[in-house]
Design a protein around this ligand. Structure first.
Ligand SMILES: Cc1ncc(COP(=O)(O)O)c(C=O)c1O
Length: 387
């Protein structure tokens, strides 16, 4: 057999893939059909807005007016009036001076962490051990730029305080609000108190709380009374409760200016498709008026936790729409999720090394777009298939 010169890299990839298979770490894509019969407790469409008629109509209208793509980066031709209106409305809703939209939450987090950590030389980045990969990658980029990183135990303001005190210079504390894996809420008030005492910035990824917590769904930062504070930066994604796509950085106007001028994940990236921005704008209107939807998320989460606990499962108190169910181990978690899938229920499955604490669990999400009856039956399946 003739082996092409330079094919060694493919052999290396194949060997690494075989090793991942041996360790049970393969990941699979599962394309879903339009009218998917699966009950989806794995996605993040908490308020069922991805398929809401007003959201879809707004997106379809913009699709006809602007076409499919943004056609360029935001600073070239990729900024439409819809993008500007969306950012303006988001800023009003979040009570901040300015919002900058990115094409994903991931890119927004890279941009935000890097910008804040790079503002002053000698900055310390204090990052919660459970932070999302996009924040972790933002921290890594900040380190490459010259910042120092300290990863602290999860939800531990004392550890943050100790890190800030030991450093004594400029710093940014990086945290999620509602944690994406376990659904618990970070102690935002305490973190802000500690950060402020040391002159540090608090950067909060509100991805799993926007739309769900706070007045008019403005998120956990708003619920904690930190709206518009000059030392607080909020990032969020439009890919969860908005049912859309795109990320935002919300905060002081000077940060916005800095990001527009310098943020690489903003500048060198094609803008969000205008149709998606229009759908997100329609979703925002529904979210603002969405107290009944939020009450429904809370009621479903409470009922689900009650049923799962009554069945003897270990479930921490959810802060919003993420419900974490402990599994005995990684193999059991994988088998459990597969058994649910086999019975038409999609659930998330987390196990080491994707979990920061070595524990395995199923991750369920509340989606008010799912019929109550289907939601209840899905819980039956999860309970029946427990390892
Ligand atoms: C906490 C958190 N931050 C950021 C992101 C990234 O958002 P996006 O999917 O819009 O890139 C996600 C999820 O994907 C997330 O769970």
């Amino acid at each position: 057999m003739r082996v092409a010169r330079g094919a060694g890299w493919l052999d290396a990839l194949r060997a690494a893939a075989a090793e991942r298979t041996d360790r049970g770490l393969r990941r699979e894509l599962r394309p879903r059909p339009p009218a998917d019969p699966v009950v989806d407790l794995a996605g993040n469409d908490y308020l069922g807005l991805a398929c809401h008629s007003e959201v879809v109509a707004a997106a379809a209208g913009a699709l006809h007016e602007y076409g499919l793509g943004a056609t360029g980066s935001r600073l070239v031709r990729g900024c439409t009036e819809i993008h500007a209106e969306l950012e303006h409305e988001l800023a009003r809703w979040l009570g901040v001076e300015a919002v900058l939209g990115y094409s994903s939450g991931y890119l927004a987090n890279l941009g935000a962490v890097r910008a804040v950590a790079g503002a002053l030389p000698g900055t310390l980045v204090v990052s919660d051990a459970h932070n999302h990969a996009s924040l972790v990658d933002g921290c890594r980029m900040a380190v490459k730029d010259g910042a120092t990183l300290r990863v602290v135990p999860h939800a531990a303001p004392d550890a943050v305080e100790a890190a800030l005190a030991a450093h004594g210079g400029p710093a940014v504390v990086v945290t999620e609000s509602v944690y994406s894996v376990d659904g618990d809420l970070a102690p935002l008030g305490d973190l802000h108190t500690v950060a402020r005492a040391h002159g540090a910035v608090l950067l909060v990824d509100d991805a799993h709380a926007t739309g769900l917590l706070g007045p008019a769904g403005a998120g956990a930062v708003a619920a904690a009374g930190l709206t518009g504070e000059p030392d607080v930066v909020v990032t969020a994604t439009l890919s969860k409760s908005f049912g859309a796509a795109g990320g935002v950085v919300a905060g002081p106007g000077a940060l916005h200016r800095h990001l527009v001028d310098t943020s690489r994940t903003f500048i060198y990236d094609t803008g969000l498709p205008p149709a998606v921005a229009a759908g997100a704008l329609a979703a925002l209107a529904l979210i603002r008026a969405g107290d009944p939807m939020r009450a429904e998320v809370r009621a479903r989460a409470r009922a689900a936790v009650g049923r799962l606990r009554a069945a003897g499962l270990s479930v921490p108190e959810p802060a919003a729409g993420v419900i974490s169910v402990a599994a005995p181990g990684p193999d059991e978690a994988v088998a459990w999720a597969a058994a649910c899938r086999g019975r038409g229920v999609a659930v998330g499955c987390f196990r080491p090394p994707s979990t920061p604490d070595g524990r395995s669990r199923l991750r369920l999400t509340v989606n008010t777009g799912i019929a109550l009856d289907d939601f209840a039956k899905a819980l039956d399946v999860i309970i029946a298939e427990r390892p």
